[in-house]
Structure formats: structure tokens, C-alpha cells
Design a protein around this ligand. Structure first.
Ligand SMILES: [Zn+2]
Length: 141
């Protein structure tokens, strides 16, 4: 626990919200996330896995939360907290979710938690180095 290695420092209010999200989400059996926006008051979105009997049509909690936030007018994210019922490992976002996170910048924080409330935090840049993003589209002739 503590400040992230890449220098991201959540404000005290955000940190309390993140910690409380970690605790509450960890009590749930599914993978769930909380997403913090940079705008005043630290709006918070959340999401859970959306399973489907046709497996490929399901959606990860990370993307559910991001899509929900976008639909509510937020896109300037500063942190996402991911939790699951994995006891011995910090839950890590899949490659598809990393790419979706990257669409909204490379310098925001991804908190990967365990049910006991401990976590590791990395930036989107650290999770998806040498990435392709919206800026790169402009370079294509
Ligand atoms: Zn995913």
C-alpha cells in the first residue's frame, strides 16, 4: 500500500473513496471495478462483469464501468480500481480492457486489488507500453 511508484497521488477524498470501493467491492463474488473521474467532486462510476450464455458476448467489468461513465458524460479518468474474489493474486485487466483504457490517456492509475484490501497500482502506460491510440490515427495518411 501507499503512493504509486509512478508518482500518481490521489487526493485524500479520492483515496478514501478508492479504499472504500476496494473494501465494498471485495465482498462481492464477481469481478467489479470503480472508476474515478478528474472532474470536481470526483464522480465515481462502477461496473461488474456482464456474463452471457454465449461467452464471447460477455463484457469485462472494466469496460462496463468505462462505457457507463462515457454514457454519463465523463471521459477524463484518473483512476480505476479492479477487484475480484481471487484470493492470492492481484486482479489484472485483460488486454482488451487495457486498450480501451488507453483510449482515454496513458497517465492514469489502475489499482489491482486483492480481497484483503491490498493492491498494486500501475499507470495505463506501464500496463500497455508502446501502445496505439487516438493520436496515432492522425498520423495515418
Ligand atoms: Zn477485460
Amino acid at each position: 500500500k501507499g503512493p504509486s511508484r509512478h508518482g500518481y497521488q490521489p487526493c485524500q477524498l479520492c483515496f478514501q473513496e478508492l479504499a472504500s470501493c476496494c473494501r465494498s467491492l471485495a465482498a462481492h463474488p464477481q469481478q467489479e471495478v470503480a472508476l474515478l473521474d478528474r472532474s470536481p467532486g470526483c464522480p465515481l462510476s462502477s461496473g461488474c462483469n456482464v456474463e452471457n450464455a454465449v461467452y464471447p458476448l460477455g463484457n469485462c467489468a472494466e469496460r462496463a464501468a468505462i462505457q457507463k461513465a462515457i454514457s454519463e458524460g465523463h471521459k477524463d479518468f484518473k483512476a480505476i480500481v479492479i477487484s475480484s474474489n481471487l484470493q492470492d493474486d492481484f486482479i489484472s485487466p485483460c488486454g482488451a480492457c487495457r486498450q480501451v483504457m488507453r483510449e482515454f490517456g496513458t497517465d492514469w492509475a489502475v489499482y489491482m486489488t486483492k480481497p484483503d484490501g491490498t493492491y498494486v497500482v500501475k499507470s495505463v502506460q506501464e500496463l500497455l507500453p508502446a501502445s496505439f491510440g487516438p493520436d496515432d490515427l492522425q498520423k495515418i495518411q
